[in-house]
Every structure is written in C-alpha cells, then in structure tokens.
Design a protein around this ligand. Structure first.
Ligand code: GSH
Length: 206
C-alpha cells in the first residue's frame, strides 16, 4: 500500500484534494501547514515544496503539486471511487473545469484577499479588490450557468465538485454575496451534506 500524505492548511484550496481523498476511502495522513502563520515559508516545508504553497501530496516520498494534478492522481489511484468521468471526452471536460478553477478563478480570490502582493501602492488596493470582485463574479456566474439543472458537474459526483466547493466557500469567506447564484448555492448546500466535507470543515488548525 502506498504511503500518502497531504499537506493542508484549513480553509485553503488543499480542502479540495482532502475531500477527494476522503471520498476515495484512501488511507492517508494530513500534515497541517498553517498559511495564516506563514508556515508554507518554513525552511522544512520549502525544502519539500519550493513553491511554498499548499496542497502538496507526497506519495511514497515523491511530491506532487497543483490541484489539477493531485486531484487527477487521486481519481486514478482510486478508480472505484469514480472521481473522474470514465468517458474520454467528459474526462477532458473535467480537466478543463479544474484548470479553469485553478488558473481562471482562484487568482481573482487571491488578488482580493492579498492585494498587497500585487501592488506596492496601498491606495490602489481598493481598486484592485473591486476589479478582482467583478472578474470573480463574472466567472462564478458562468459556473452557475453550467450547474443549471444538474446535481453535480457530471452525471456522478467528481473531483470537480470538491474543487468548486472550495471556490464557492472561499468566495463567501471574502464576504461576497453569492445568493444570486442559485445553482452554485444549491451545489454548495449539497456538498455540505457530505460526510467528507463536514470532516474537512471540522479540521481546524491547532
Ligand atoms: N496553482 C496552485 C495554487 C496553490 C495556492 O495558491 N495555494 C494557496 C492556498 S489556497 C497557498 O498556498 N498560498 C500561500 C502563499 O501564497 O503564500 C494549485 O492549484 O494547487
């Protein structure tokens, strides 16, 4: 059996693979890297993940970064969980969703959360945040339309659902009003009923 360790910070995007590992019934450890305490920059962690980000998945001593890759690995390592659609086209559509969430949506949340990372001018922060908000809402509205009439992104629950759960939840934490996104909001409510999600939400940093 493979030794699997997920490096995770509560509230961070590492929630998505954490949920997927639980959904897969995997035997794994969780090591907390609290980004609120900047622990991702600790030399010990930077030595195993020079990107200084979570998530990091270590499998038998080998590290894998980037949500899209980690989620894909989990789905392939635990095929019985059906975390990616079996049909080849749908499988690529699932990768397309996850690529979008990671590269096309997550950065807007980061810009809103930490504008100081993107400009040295404090008087530009409000403008940067306002633009990030507009761009984020545009993307979330599009995701909302994709979820119309659906329970999950595909016929069955997949790792796209855990990834979007984090996007939605993190956007709420930024204080955005998402109540107009009816399908995405219903998706979030369905996700919150899952045992895996409840367990991950209950796992706080110590
Ligand atoms: N492209 C990466 C993004 C990872 C990422 O930005 N993680 C955030 C947490 S949500 C992080 O570790 N931030 C710490 C920092 O930027 O210092 C992925 O999808 O895995």
């Amino acid at each position: 059996m493979k030794k699997i360790t997920l490096y995770h910070s509560p509230g961070a995007c590492s929630m998505a693979p954490y949920i997927s590992l639980l959904e897969a019934g995997a035997d794994f450890d969780v090591n907390i890297v609290n980004i609120k305490k900047n622990e991702q920059s600790n030399p010990d962690y930077a030595a195993i993940n020079p990107k200084k980000k979570v998530p990091l998945l270590v499998v038998d001593g080998n590290g894998l970064t980037e949500n899209v890759a980690i989620q894909s690995w989990i789905a392939e390592a635990f095929p019985d969980a059906g975390l990616l659609p079996p049909d080849s086209w749908d499988h690529k559509q699932a990768l397309s969703y996850m690529g979008w969430f990671g590269a096309g949506i997550h950065p807007h949340i980061t810009r809103h959360f930490k504008p100081a990372k993107f400009t040295a001018h404090e008087d530009a922060h409000d403008d940067l945040k306002a633009k990030a908000h507009v761009m984020l809402m545009e993307q979330l509205t599009l995701v909302d339309s994709k979820l119309a009439g659906k329970t999950w992104f595909f016929d069955n629950y997949s790792c796209c659902d855990s990834y979007f759960f984090w996007i939605y939840d993190r956007s709420l934490a930024e204080g955005f009003d998402l109540s107009g996104l009816k399908h995405a909001t219903a998706h979030n409510e369905r996700m919150r009923e899952r045992e895996s999600v409840q367990k991950v939400l209950a796992h706080k940093a110590t």
